[in-house]
Structures are given as structure tokens and as C-alpha cells.
Ligand binder design. Structure first.
Ligand SMILES: Nc1ncnc2c1ncn2[C@@H]1O[C@H](COP(=O)(O)OP(=O)(O)OP(=O)(O)O)[C@@H](O)[C@H]1O
Ligand SMILES: [Mg+2]
Length: 337
């Protein structure tokens, strides 16, 4: 692991070495906590031991992964030196500023891109291309408007050659899991955004992938729908124990969903920090501890966001004519906090 590794929540003994970051301290709150351990936040933060080298049981391994793109202006280093081990059944979240290579990394895991250096492995075997063991759910859905909800969910099963009766049974099972049985005969245009995301989730689950890759799947949804889907996703994850890699700009969403959060630095994307989150589940976005925790990560990301802003707004930035006021929400990192 390249970044520093810390843990939030859980029942570890007080750390020998406390983090020096004062921004890891939460704001005091009298509200009920979801912490399994009621000690103060700072006591619940420990520096975890260094990540072990590729444990054999890892579901997913990224080892020294680098990816370059060749553009008109030359070679562009999108991600650099990424080392990650994801265990079976783990829920891993990735947060980082725009353009830091989150989607690039997800595409490498999906087999849609190849790393220029390093290795990407599933169950210890190199990823050589897309496969039904990994399914991606994007923000922009790829549902078929000419098919009913049921037929959309059946689609992957049909591609796998599953017979009519079995695929209908399976599709209905997963539609029930996402609470859409009633809409099975509807067409996609008859559904709300949140319902469409549920269909995409049911379709992905129906083909029983080992790893679910989610690239900002809820980014376009309103806050209430997002809240509901967070709860549902946690329920589904608890029921299926799928390995999930979830990319988001929203730090609080990452803290709410993840067992672990990888915080990326701006490009070339590297892992700046790895944080284990051991709060009891189900978690809620509005939990004050998660809010405090997310603020601390946003504070840490601010430097990265500023770097992106310097590049994106370089003229104004350099001349100082119109110095932008940088708030995390301007760049969607940690938005919703
Ligand atoms: N096919 C490509 N050719 C050239 N450059 C690319 C290509 N794909 C991505 N990039 C560049 O690589 C960098 C990382 O892109 P990526 O889409 O992975 O970022 P991201 O972290 O997912 O950003 P966002 O949060 O905005 O979705 C960006 O600077 C992007 O312009
Ligand atoms: Mg992206």
C-alpha cells in the first residue's frame, strides 16, 4: 500500500502512535454514535500494520499498476504505482479529485484497459479482458429502452445461455431484492432515476459476478433517492457478500458504504491514504461521526483539489485576476457534506 493506513471505529486497543493530523479530530457531538466502540474518535483511530504482500486469498490484486495515455500533447500518466489487495466480500470505496484516475483503475479491473506496468489479478490470475466474473455499473446506465425491466435483468443470463424459465426466475428473484417486482413489465422510460439504478443493480447481480464495480452509480440522483439506495445497497451487500469496488466523489458516501476507503491524490493518481472503517452497519449518511470523519478526509483532499483547480483554471490562477474560492463542493469532492 502506498498511502498511510488508518482505522476508524472497531475495538482495537488505543494506538501506540497517534496520527499527527489534527484534522482527524472530530467535532464534539452529543448525538448517538454508530461506533461499535464508544471511545473518542481519536482513540478509535489506529495506524494499521503495513499491508501484507499479496495474500493468496485476495479476490483482487493490483500490483504496481501504472497506466499512461498517449495524447496529442504526449504521454499522460493517469495512475501510478497502485498497490491494492481486496479480499472476497470486501466493500472497497475509492475517492479522489476529478481526473485522478478512478475510472481508469476501474476500467483496468473490468479488463477494458490494460495497465502499462504492473499487474491486475483476480483470484491470483491476470485479468486479460472483460469477463462475467466482473460487472461494471456506470453512472450513465446502459439499460435497453426497447426491453421491459424483466428482460433487461434477464439480458446477461440470456447471453450466458441460461434457459427461459431459469432466467425469468432469477431475474424476478433479483428484482424482488431491489424492490421492483411490481415494475417488471414496465419499460425503462417509465421508471425514475433511482428505479433505473436498481434495475442496473439487479441485472448485474443476476449474472452472479464475483466482483461488482460501481463507477459513481448514484451521482445523478437526488439526495433522498441516494439515501434509500445506500440502505438497499448495504442490505444487498450483506445478503450476497459480493466483493464491491465503489468509486465516488462523495466522501460521506464512501464512509457510509465502505469497509475501506482509498483516498487518491491528483494525477498521476496514487493512493494517498487508506482508511479502514469499522462502524457497525447499517450506516446512515447523517450519522454525526461519519460527518466528522468525512470532513477530516475532505480537509485532507483540499490540497489535491487545489492542485486540480490550478490546472483547470490555470489562467486566472496564474494571473491572480480572479482567485477562485475553493470549497470542496465546488469540485464535487465530498459534496453533500
Ligand atoms: N482514453 C483516454 N485518452 C487520454 N486520456 C485519458 C483517457 N481516459 C482518461 N484519460 C485521462 O486520464 C485521467 C484520469 O481519467 P479518469 O476518467 O480515470 O479520472 P476520474 O478520476 O475517473 O475522474 P472523474 O472523477 O472526473 O470521473 C484524466 O486526466 C483523463 O483526461
Ligand atoms: Mg470517473
Amino acid at each position: 500500500m502506498n498511502g498511510r493506513r488508518v482505522t476508524f471505529g472497531g475495538t482495537q486497543p488505543p494506538p501506540q502512535e497517534m496520527p499527527t493530523h489534527s484534522d482527524l479530530e472530530p467535532e464534539p457531538t452529543s448525538s448517538q454514535s454508530l461506533l461499535t466502540d464508544r471511545r473518542s474518535f481519536s482513540q478509535a483511530v489506529v495506524i494499521a500494520p503495513p499491508n501484507p504482500v499479496a495474500a493468496p486469498e485476495s479476490k483482487l490484486t493490483l500490483r504496481n499498476v501504472c497506466k499512461n495515455f498517449h495524447t496529442k500533447t504526449g504521454k499522460f500518466n493517469a495512475v501510478q504505482d497502485i498497490n491494492v489487495e481486496v479480499q472476497a466480500g470486501e466493500f472497497l470505496c475509492i475517492v479522489g479529485p476529478s481526473g485522478c484516475g478512478k475510472s481508469t483503475l476501474l476500467n483496468i479491473i473490468a479488463g477494458l484497459e490494460k495497465p502499462d506496468e504492473g499487474q491486475a489479478l483476480v483470484n491470483g490470475r491476470p485479468i486479460v479482458g472483460p469477463g462475467t466474473d466482473r460487472v461494471v455499473i456506470f453512472q450513465e446506465l446502459a439499460l435497453f429502452p426497447w426491453l421491459t425491466v424483466l428482460k433487461n435483468v434477464e439480458f446477461g443470463l440470456r447471453m450466458k445461455g441460461v434457459g427461459k424459465r431459469e432466467r425469468e426466475e432469477k431475474a424476478l428473484h433479483f428484482l424482488k431484492m431491489v424492490h421492483l417486482t411490481r415494475f417488471s413489465r414496465c419499460y425503462v422510460h417509465e421508471l425514475s432515476g433511482g428505479m433505473k439504478q436498481r434495475v442496473a443493480l439487479a441485472r448485474a447481480l443476476a449474472i452472479d459476478p464475483e466482483i461488482l464495480l460501481m463507477d459513481e452509480p448514484f451521482a445523478a440522483l437526488d439526495a433522498q433517492t441516494r439515501d434509500i439506495l445506500h440502505e438497499e445497497l448495504q442490505e444487498i451487500w450483506a445478503a450476497t457478500r459480493k466483493t464491491i469496488v465503489f468509486v465516488t466523489h462523495n466522501v460521506r458516501e464512501a464512509a457510509c458504504l465502505g469497509d475501506r476507503v482509498l483516498v487518491f491524490s491528483t494525477h498521476p493518481g496514487r493512493i494517498k491514504r487508506e482508511i479502514e472503517i469499522r462502524y457497525a452497519r447499517p450506516r446512515r449518511l447523517e450519522d454525526p461521526n461519519l460527518v466528522a470523519f468525512s470532513k477530516s478526509i475532505v480537509a485532507e483532499l483540499k490540497a489535491e483539489v487545489e492542485k486540480v483547480a490550478q490546472e483547470e483554471l490555470d489562467y486566472d490562477w496564474r494571473t491572480g485576476e480572479k482567485k477562485p474560492v475553493l470549497r470542496p463542493r465546488d469540485h464535487d469532492v465530498g459534496s453533500g457534506i
